[in-house]
Design a protein around this ligand. Structure first.
Ligand SMILES: [Zn+2]
Length: 210
C-alpha cells in the first residue's frame, strides 16, 4: 500500500538561506522549480541551487514553515573548518568526523574526533596513558586558554580511555557532545598548526618592508 500524502503546491516560495554543502559559502539559494510543496501540516519540501556560479550545487530541503528551520537537506550540511597547514592524515581524519556528523552518525564521529586528536598528539610527541593525558601534555607545547583545557573534563567523549568501541562512554555521545567535540578539536588544531602559519605570514611581511 502506498501512503497518500495531502500535498499543496505553493506559488509563493520560501527564501532559503544556508551554508552550501558544496562550496561552504553562505547564500540565499535560487529556486529550481515553479513550486515548493507543503506536506503534512507545516512541512515544506523543495529544491534550490547554490547562487555561487562556480558551484551551483542542487540541494533538496525539508523546512518547518512555522520556525523557518531546515529539518533536513541533501546533500547534508557540513560543519565548516579551516584546512590551512593541517597535515594530510589529520585533515583526512577530521573530514571523516565531519562527514559522520553531517550524516547523524554521532558515535562514529566521536571515534574519528578521538582519532584526530590522537594523531595530533603523536605528531607533536605528547604521550600519556589516555587521550586526556596526552592533550594535557600538549599544554606545554601550544598556546590555548587554560579554561579550554579545563573545560575538556565536561566532554565525556574525551574522558577515560574510551578507545574501545564497546566502551560505555559512547552511549552518552549525541549531537551536542559531538558538536562541542568538533569545536574543541578545531581550536586545538588552530593552536598547534595555524597560529604558526599566521605568524610566518606576518614575519614574511616584515621582511618585505625591511
Ligand atoms: Zn555552493
Amino acid at each position: 500500500m502506498y501512503q497518500v500524502f495531502i500535498t499543496q503546491a505553493l506559488d509563493k516560495r520560501k527564501s532559503v538561506t544556508m551554508r552550501c554543502p558544496g562550496c561552504g559559502h553562505y547564500g540565499t539559494f535560487k529556486t529550481l522549480l515553479n513550486h515548493d510543496l507543503r506536506i503534512v501540516q507545516s512541512t515544506i519540501i523543495g529544491l534550490r541551487f547554490c547562487p555561487n556560479e562556480r558551484c551551483q550545487t542542487i540541494v533538496y530541503f525539508v523546512l518547518d514553515e512555522k520556525t523557518n528551520l531546515l529539518l533536513q537537506t541533501f546533500p547534508p550540511l557540513r560543519i565548516d573548518f579551516d584546512k590551512t597547514n593541517l597535515p594530510d592524515e589529520i585533515l583526512k581524519c577530521l573530514e571523516e568526523a565531519i562527514t559522520c556528523h553531517a550524516n547523524q552518525c554521532y558515535t562514529a564521529s566521536a571515534i574519528m574526533i578521538r582519532k584526530t586528536l590522537d594523531l595530533l598528539c603523536v605528531d607533536k610527541g605528547a604521550n600519556g596513558a589516555n587521550l586526556k593525558d596526552k592533550i594535557a601534555k600538549l599544554r606545554a607545547k601550544i598556546i590555548v586558554p587554560d579554561e579550554l583545557l579545563e573545560g575538556m573534563d565536561a566532554l565525556r567523549l574525551l574522558g577515560n580511555d574510551a578507545a574501545h568501541i564497546e566502551a560505555k562512554a559512547y552511549n552518552d555521545v549525541g549531537k551536542d557532545e559531538v558538536e562541542i567535540g568538533l569545536e574543541f578539536t578545531k581550536e586545538i588544531l588552530k593552536a598547534v598548526y595555524q597560529y604558526s602559519a599566521l605568524v610566518d605570514k606576518l614575519n614574511s611581511l616584515k621582511k618585505k618592508e625591511a
